[in-house]
Design a protein around this ligand. Structure first.
Ligand SMILES: [Mn+2]
Length: 286
């Protein structure tokens, strides 16, 4: 059996955030997260169980499409090499490109997104913003609505038409109030079941703005509501354990607005938890 291998792919690119008039700065996220992650795992026993490789994409300035292509290629190569990719953004638009790679390899994919927002805005005048990734995946039929689950949506900024769009696509929305009512474990197992039904691989996304502002102030669009720190850490661990998850996208950490590094620290802990989960997979071929 080949050794369990994780590839951490940094994408320091936030042009898609600028295009939606968000607060730029997520391009500084990956470097800080990786630095903290390396400190965290220095003495962690998971280091003995796995190989962790690092690579950084060199974005094409102000060119979302070309940068996305680099990400798609990197994720495809990673999977071909037998490693499990984790993509660290950057703006959430990047998730389109990494999930696309999963589609190209596995053909039928599911997608789970933890986020305050729907991120199904249409591309207008060719502007691929950080609000568009899941609309693009659905429109290109890389992802079918029936295998798409959004968790934790609550922001009043979400438009009714985006809600209606997801319902029309037969996507599943598990809103924050509902998750807290049925419990996180139940909500996650429901999400994993829907995303993995008749699919060969599932992508797990965390937009850090799905976490309450007091735990994650450093993001492009913070909200006072959201997941707690405990909930999001547990989600990453459970996602790591799921055999069908073939990609983890960790997006929108913006160090420029961080307070005492807490968002960066949380992001690094999310990586550790997800990776720890992968070491507990029963059939560990990823
Ligand atoms: Mn998002």
């Amino acid at each position: 059996m080949t050794r369990h291998c994780i590839e951490l792919i940094s994408v320091p690119f936030d042009h898609g955030v600028k295009l939606i008039n968000g607060r730029p700065g997520a391009r500084f996220g990956p470097k800080k997260i990786i630095k903290t992650f390396q400190e965290l795992i220095r003495n962690n026993p998971i280091k003995n169980k796995i190989t962790i490789n690092f690579q950084t994409i060199k974005p094409i300035e102000c060119d979302v499409k070309s940068t996305h292509k680099l990400v798609t290629d990197a994720v495809r190569e990673t999977i071909k090499s037998g490693a499990l990719p984790i993509v660290i953004g950057g703006g959430h638009d990047i998730s389109f490109s990494s999930s696309k790679a999963i589609f190209l390899i596995y053909k039928r994919i599911g997608q789970i997104n933890i986020d305050a927002h729907y991120d199904v805005r249409p591309v207008v005048n060719g502007r691929i913003t950080s609000g568009t990734p899941f609309r693009r995946l659905l429109e290109k039929e890389f992802l079918l609505g029936k295998n798409f689950v959004e968790l934790g949506v609550h922001s009043p900024k979400n438009l009714k038409e985006h809600h209606a769009y997801i319902i029309k696509q037969k996507g599943t929305l598990l809103k924050l109030d509902h998750i807290n009512k049925i419990g996180l474990d139940n909500a996650l197992s429901k999400a994993f079941r829907i995303a993995s039904k008749d699919t060969n691989a599932t992508v797990f996304d965390i937009d850090i703005d799905g976490v309450q502002k007091r735990f994650a102030p450093g993001c492009s669009a913070p909200c006072s509501k959201g997941f707690t720190k405990k909930q999001i850490l547990k989600s990453a661990l459970i996602a790591g354990r799921d055999n069908n998850i073939r990609l983890f996208n960790l997006m929108e950490v913006n160090p420029l607005y961080d307070v005492n590094n807490k968002t960066v620290n949380l992001a690094a802990e999310l990586l550790v938890n997800f990776i720890k989960g992968t070491t507990e997979r029963k059939n560990n071929d990823h």
